[in-house]
Design a protein around this ligand. Structure first.
Ligand SMILES: NC(=O)C1=CN([C@@H]2O[C@H](COP(=O)(O)OP(=O)(O)OC[C@H]3O[C@@H](n4cnc5c(N)ncnc54)[C@H](OP(=O)(O)O)[C@@H]3O)[C@@H](O)[C@H]2O)C=CC1
Ligand SMILES: CC(C)(CO)C(=O)C(=O)O
Length: 312
């Protein structure tokens, strides 16, 4: 029986954690920092209407959950919480613990490698999942999958094979693509355009499907991502843009991106992961990215307006 840690029992962590608890094939433990422990040790989370109780542990309170290091750690927090969550992860990771930071964007693996070392970290993200958290309730229509791989080793790396076995036993859907970096950039392109524009404009998917002006903006922002990807030698072509605009037609018209939900809830967003990272890469490569520059500032203003970011 493999041992799996979940760091971040939010929309994603609770959805995949519940799948694994229900299957009962693996041991599941939720890791939190000491300040959260008293809340999480008794927390009941309702996932799609069914109650789930996860065994929790923190660096100072390890009783009541399995002992020793996990075989796989799934880190599923939002980007502003990543450093803190990885501090917790570091205190539990064993020499052979594999780590997946399933956050959106391209930065979480870089931070995880800095904190936990290259050997433990696989590249990963979530695809096709549409889970939403309201307090201790999590709901989803599509469970999607964790997409992962090893960079630069590829799909045959022994750590990838081991992680497949672990996820298989846990019942968590997954995909191992040939080129994980290309897949990550494709998702990044969707988040940089869709999440950011929907957050600024506070528009649901019906506008992505019908509004010509929004579609023109989505295209323009996606072109900035495709341009950078190509400069970096990543296999992302302009075809991905039409692919996305077609696939978004199948989304629930009333659905909202996670960044739009963050703005509505008055939380800090993942803007540093999207426009922030785009601008950093643009600067390194000497490329101006006017759409992302505008989005970066607009989103930070929205965060301030929503009370999530301190006024300067
Ligand atoms: N939701 C979705 O459908 C999708 C999300 N994603 C991406 O997945 C990632 C996770 O998103 P999501 O699940 O929605 O985020 P949530 O905000 O729902 O959950 C994050 C969780 O992390 C927990 N957390 C924060 N800090 C710590 C810490 N130090 N130790 C332990 N836990 C901590 C939070 O706990 P607390 O509540 O106690 O603060 C919260 O429960 C993001 O990058 C998002 O963009 C990608 C695809 C779809
Ligand atoms: C569902 C999707 C792909 C929307 O852009 C997403 O990743 C998010 O909302 O964070």
């Amino acid at each position: 029986m493999y041992k799996v840690d979940i760091v971040g029992l939010g929309a994603i962590g609770a959805a995949y954690g519940a799948v694994a608890l229900k299957k009962g094939g693996s041991e599941i433990r939720v890791l939190v920092d000491d300040s959260r422990y008293s809340v999480y040790k008794d927390k009941i989370i309702e996932v799609n209407g069914e109650p789930f109780k996860f065994a929790a542990a923190s660096p100072a309170y390890r009783q009541g959950a399995f002992e020793g290091p996990a075989d796989l750690m799934i880190v599923a927090c939002k980007y502003p919480a990543l450093e803190e969550a990885l501090e917790v992860a570091k205190q539990f990771a064993g020499e052979n613990t594999l780590v997946m930071t399933v956050l959106n964007g391209l930065l979480s693996e870089i931070v995880a490698v800095e904190k936990l070392g290259e050997d433990r970290v696989l590249h990963s993200f979530c695809m096709g999942i549409d889970t939403v958290k309201h307090g201790d309730r999590v709901d989803y229509r599509n469970i999607g999958r964790i997409v992962f791989g090893a960079v630069p080793q590829g799909p045959e790396d022994p750590r990838v094979l081991k992680a497949r076995e672990i996820l298989e036993e846990a019942g968590i859907p997954y995909e191992v693509p040939q080129d994980i970096l290309a897949m990550m950039w494709k998702k990044f392109m969707i988040n940089v355009s869709g999440n950011q524009l929907s957050a600024v404009l506070e528009l649901n998917y019906s506008y992505f499907q019908e509004d010509e002006d929004l579609q023109a903006l989505l295209r323009a922002v996606m072109m900035e991502v495709v341009g950078l990807a190509q400069l970096k030698g990543v296999n992302l072509s302009e075809n991905a843009i039409d692919e996305y605009l077609n696939s978004v037609k199948k989304h629930d018209p009333l659905g909202k991106t996670s960044m739009h939900q963050d703005i509505e809830a008055g939380r800090l967003t993942e803007v540093e992961l999207f426009a922030g990272h785009m601008l950093e890469m643009g600067e390194e490569l000497g490329v101006d990215l006017p759409y992302n520059r505008m989005l970066y500032h607009l989103i930070r203003i929205k965060e301030r307006q929503a009370g999530a970011r301190q006024k300067a």
